[in-house]
Design a protein around this ligand. Structure first.
Ligand SMILES: Nc1ncnc2c1ncn2[C@@H]1O[C@H](COP(=O)(O)OP(=O)(O)OP(=O)(O)O)[C@@H](O)[C@H]1O
Ligand SMILES: CC(=O)N[C@H]1[C@@H]2OC[C@@H](O2)[C@@H](O)[C@@H]1O[C@H](C)C(=O)O
Length: 390
């Protein structure tokens, strides 16, 4: 077995804001099932507008353009390769030092329920391997789904690898496009699931009304007021009451979902009849409250710890974090950065670790999280090696 210890993780999540790349040194610890995991370098690259709009088409249209589907995968692989090659050059790291890239791809459908469950992430792992000269591991979610799991969230197992030794346990809340929690309680199985929407709805509403990609520091939301009746209607969405294992995505929490809720609210409150306009900042503030309340309600169920680590882009939304603290007054809320884990790079680091697990044939899914019937090795391997034709 090759003894290289550097792995690259690539994550591009549901917010469609950009690509996170992380170079991670992962080594096994002698006489232990633990690993030492150290971030060497990371960077975020913004997704170009043309790729972003193609991804919106692929994620939301029923009749997807097959040409766009194929070409977007190739464009993503090119962008991923450029980002990796640039980061390696900037760090003075040669590709020969990297064992493998763990590339999540872009989720355009996540349908873990029903007769034909699947989760579809797009990219072109073969091209990525050729453009970087590094082996690629991709398609992480479907092996877990093949053994009856949801295929998501996968990161709780990584949170456990990083923080599982904390004596009192802790909870990790990822505030990405979708919010998900990991509950670590020493001696007990890890728990983890998506709590509901986070930045995905905040971003689309903000973009629609302010033409900005996101509400920087939650400033716009903080000028609005929560509409309690609308919040109640939103929280009535059955997903919030479902018991875990569970996972969700933009198939459910999207602009149409929001318009339907606003419509219901207007009918009940007769603002429609009176043609009263709801201030858009009130909707933004109510969406922020939805993220906070739906996550806090779940977190409160777990009473063994009051340590809450937050990560993901939502950590930078001051209004969001302040409201979370108000909902959870007994909790000590800290960004994972406070314990030395870069909160923006964490998910990319997780995919570097998942690639490490694939290379070493370690089963990295957590059946207690995804509901899988067994532990399995996840990911397909694309070799960059080529043989010359003589
Ligand atoms: N300064 C900021 N103020 C408010 N929001 C911010 C700020 N910086 C980042 N964000 C939010 O974070 C989002 C990106 O978060 P992140 O990178 O965790 O998303 P993601 O990888 O798509 O998530 P996931 O895969 O976990 O769903 C942005 O779209 C934006 O909404
Ligand atoms: C299907 C999919 O891409 N799900 C994402 C999404 O973004 C956050 C949340 O929903 C989580 O379930 C998952 O991502 C992270 C990386 C995970 O698997 O843990």
């Amino acid at each position: 077995m090759n003894n290289k210890t550097y792995f690259i993780g690539l994550m591009s999540g549901t917010s469609l804001d950009g690509i996170d790349v992380a170079i991670v040194d992962i080594q096994s610890v002698q006489n232990s099932k633990h690993h030492s995991i150290a971030l060497i370098a990371s960077q975020s690259v913004v997704l170009p507008d043309n790729i972003k709009s193609q991804l919106i088409h692929l994620s939301f249209e029923q009749n997807v353009n097959m040409q766009t589907l194929g070409e977007t995968g190739v464009q993503l692989a090119q962008l991923f390769a450029q980002s990796i090659n640039a980061l390696l050059a900037a760090q003075g790291i040669d590709k020969s030092q990297i064992m493998a890239i763990g590339s999540h791809g872009l989720t355009i459908r996540h349908q873990p329920y029903g007769a034909f469950p699947f989760s579809l992430q797009i990219t072109d792992p073969s091209l990525l391997a050729q453009l970087t000269g590094i082996d690629v591991v991709s398609d992480f979610r479907n092996m877990d789904i093949a053994v009856g799991g949801q295929g998501a969230p996968l990161v709780p197992a990584f949170h456990q690898a990083l923080l599982g030794e904390t004596s009192q346990g802790c909870i990790v809340l990822n505030l990405g496009g979708i919010a998900n929690i990991t509950v670590l309680n020493p001696g007990a199985d890890v728990i983890g699931y998506d709590t509901g929407p986070a930045n995905t709805l905040l971003d689309v509403w903000c973009e629609k009304h302010t033409h900005k990609a996101y509400d920087k520091n939650g400033i716009w939301a903080s000028t609005g007021r929560v509409i309690p009746e609308l919040l109640t209607l939103m929280l009535a969405e059955p997903y919030f009451a479902e018991v875990y294992p569970k996972s969700t995505g933009k198939e459910l929490f999207n602009l149409d979902w929001l318009f339907n809720k606003i419509d219901e609210y207007q009918t009940i409150s007769s603002t429609k009849l009176n043609k009263k306009l709801i201030p858009p900042e009130d909707i933004q503030r109510t969406l922020l409250e939805l993220t906070v309340v739906s996550a806090a309600l779940q977190i409160k169920q777990f009473t063994h710890t009051h340590t809450l680590f937050v990560c993901g882009g939502g950590v930078h939304n001051q209004c969001l974090v302040e409201q979370l603290q108000q909902q959870l007054p007994a909790h000590q809320i800290k960004a994972t950065d406070e314990v030395g884990i870069n909160s923006d790079a964490l998910e990319a680091m997780a995919f570097a670790w998942l690639a490490y697990c694939r290379v070493h044939l370690i089963s990295a899914n957590s059946p207690s999280v995804t509901g899988a019937k067994s532990k399995v090795v996840m990911g397909s391997w694309y070799s960059a090696k080529s043989e010359k034709v003589s």
